[in-house]
Design a protein around this ligand. Structure first.
Ligand SMILES: [Zn+2]
Length: 253
């Protein structure tokens, strides 16, 4: 599943491979054609921006917006390289001078007028990016303070309107790293606990950006005793969406 770390990696890889080049755009799958992405063909990619789990590719007065959800992915290949998925399943193929970026699947792929990005309802509701170059930690903590106090901490970390970018993996990893119980109600969480969890989320996710697929999780889908205290690691669905949270009740208190 693509969380903010995956999107920041995609932003960097796409940026290095394609920014500043005239891009040939094609849509092998009907889904990409339905999104009208061929309107971008021949335009120059001027920048790539990430906000939480959203990726925005800037083509002048048009922007390609993607959200990968649980199943989507951006791959970057050398032009002669063999793809890891069938060409016919690609929603978008962006071909530059030496590399091509390919998008497969996900809930959102659409072309927006650049002037609409700032007022688009789905983008405007996003809170500050947990991986922004300058972290607005005070602002994010204030949003959690103002949120429904009866929600659990773990569930609220997934609320993209409080802070954007944290998904189900780093919800568990951040609470574990900060030694805070993900079932704590927001109203019972101290300022120090909120700050510790949010800082841990950012730190763990930035580590994952660097490590990529080699990043190892401490508690998410962990089998066997806790790596910190040898206590029993539990998992259970949390929040309205019943997303599974992994935690160690012995050392996360
Ligand atoms: Zn433990």
């Amino acid at each position: 599943m693509a969380e903010g770390d995956t999107i920041l990696r995609a932003k960097r890889r796409l940026g290095e491979a394609l920014v500043g080049q005239a891009i040939t755009v094609s849509a092998p799958s009907p889904r990409g054609r339905a999104a009208g992405i061929e309107r971008l063909d021949g335009r120059t990619l001027t920048g790539v921006d990430a906000h939480g789990k959203h990726l925005l590719l800037d083509f002048g007065d048009l922007v390609l917006h993607s959200h990968l959800g649980m199943s989507g992915g951006w791959h970057v290949y050398e032009r002669a390289e063999r793809w890891r998925r069938p060409r016919s399943s690609a929603w978008a193929v962006l071909t530059g001078e030496r590399a091509e970026a390919v998008e497969f699947g996900g809930p959102t792929l659409r072309v927006l007028p650049a002037g609409r990005v700032a007022i688009d309802p789905r983008l405007a509701r996003l809170g500050p990016d947990i991986l922004a170059p300058e972290l607005d930690l005070d602002g994010i903590v204030a949003r959690f303070r103002a949120a429904d106090p009866s929600r659990t901490l773990g569930d609220s970390l997934l609320d993209q309107s409080l802070t954007a970018g944290i998904g189900n993996i780093f919800k568990s990893e951040a609470c574990f790293a900060a030694k805070v119980d993900p079932w704590r109600l927001l109203g019972d969480a101290s300022e120090a606990e909120l700050r510790a969890v949010l800082e841990a989320a950012r730190e763990q996710m930035l580590r994952a950006v660097t490590a990529g697929g080699r990043h190892r999780f401490a508690v998410y889908k962990h089998r066997g005793p806790c790596v910190r205290c040898r206590g029993r690691v539990l998992h259970r669905g949390q929040g309205d969406a019943n997303r599974t949270t992994w935690w160690c009740p012995n050392c996360q208190v």
